[in-house]
Design a protein around this ligand. Structure first.
Ligand SMILES: NC(=O)c1ccc[n+]([C@@H]2O[C@H](COP(=O)([O-])OP(=O)(O)OC[C@H]3O[C@@H](n4cnc5c(N)ncnc54)[C@H](OP(=O)(O)O)[C@@H]3O)[C@@H](O)[C@H]2O)c1
Length: 313
């Protein structure tokens, strides 16, 4: 199984480098053509659909895994056309090239395709109603891929974090290092999900679909998050306590629970981001661990790295 990984240096892309490597030859691509660490890397700019399609034709992979995306949620309100180009128009180009070369596509989408006004977990069949430009572009990207006719998997995920990259966990640790008191939103609910879990599940799905016929009913859209749910405030409290326990942080700051209305952002966030993952678990016989397990692992990785950095050798 030959795989082309787009966006290899993002949070999810970086973890996919590890998890997909066991499935067959893996070609990595980033916007710049360089990647963290040494090694070969192709150039794939999602803003350049002609070059993207030429790359897909030249590489002729069995699977294209797209971990690249425009993910700046607030900035997307300022430059919606750019978000649309990267998150939607590029998917039409990828889908068309995939169909022409008989490649399959694994793509990631977001809880932001939903309005966030539910009280039970969102199912794949629930109507989408994005609140902002980022969500609209992700929604359009899903549709562009479906319309292309390429065989595909779309995995909607949420609240992604890892030991590297831009994410809530790392922001909280940075703030806790310097502030005695941090205010965190307590009325948005979701399931914090590690990039590693997304990458591991992605590799399982590709392995299970090896040799699948074009009309295999398992192609389609799924929800993928860790299990359990919490608020941003609950996540902050748990991760900071875990950081103190791991000696990554000296002391707990005071955490103040606030309402979203008291923390205005350019883009509105969904209040309810919990995704129903039963379809994924049942179709592929998978178990999704609780979000606290992934959180503890990432804190331990960061604590180990900090201990190594502090060691005199
Ligand atoms: N982060 C979350 O909480 C979250 C939640 C739900 C869904 N998702 C979805 O999950 C997927 C992975 O997200 P992530 O958290 O790994 O995002 P990320 O860490 O922001 O990584 C996105 C990657 O896309 C690359 N990229 C941006 N514009 C590009 C372009 N024009 N051409 C090529 N590459 C480009 C970025 O490269 P540069 O460094 O060059 O910009 C970056 O490496 C995305 O589809 C995202 O929408 C994420």
């Amino acid at each position: 199984m030959k795989i082309l990984l787009l966006g290899a240096d993002g949070q999810v892309g970086f973890e996919l480098q590890r998890s997909l490597a066991v499935l067959g030859p893996l070609k990595l691509a980033t916007r710049s053509g360089t990647r963290f660490g040494d090694g070969d890397c192709l150039t794939a700019d999602l803003g350049d659909p002609d070059a993207l399609q030429a790359l897909i034709r030249a590489e002729a992979p069995d699977w294209i895994v797209n971990a690249a995306a425009y993910t700046a949620v607030d900035q997307a309100e300022v430059e919606p056309a750019l978000a649309q180009r990267i998150n939607a128009e590029a998917l039409a180009a990828i889908g068309a090239a995939a169909r022409a070369t008989r490649a399959r596509v694994l793509h990631f989408s977001s809880d932001y395709v939903f309005a966030g006004n539910a009280t039970v977990p969102w199912r794949e069949t629930d109507p989408t109603a994005p609140l902002g430009a980022y969500g609209r572009s992700k929604c359009a990207g899903e549709q562009a891929l479906r319309d292309s006719g390429a065989e595909h998997l779309i995995l909607r995920t949420a609240w992604v974090f890892a030991a590297r990259g831009h994410n809530f966990l790392r922001t909280m640790l940075r703030l806790a290092d310097t502030l005695d008191r941090i205010s965190v939103v307590d009325d948005q609910i979701g399931s914090p999900t590690t990039a590693a879990l997304i990458a591991d599940i992605s590799a399982h799905l590709l392995a299970q679909l090896r040799g699948a016929p074009a009309d295999d009913p398992r192609f389609g859209t799924y929800h993928l998050t860790a299990s359990g749910q919490t608020s941003w405030h609950g996540f902050a409290r748990a991760l900071l306590q875990s950081a103190v326990d791991a000696k990554l942080l000296r002391a707990l700051p005071e955490l103040v629970a606030i309402a979203s209305a008291d923390y205005p952002t350019r883009a509105a966030r969904p209040a309810w981001s919990v995704l129903d993952t039963h379809k994924l678990q049942n179709t592929f016989a998978l178990h999704l661990p609780h979000w606290q397990e992934g959180m503890t692992t990432v804190i331990r990785q960061l604590a180990d790295a900090a201990a190594r950095d502090a060691s005199p050798d």
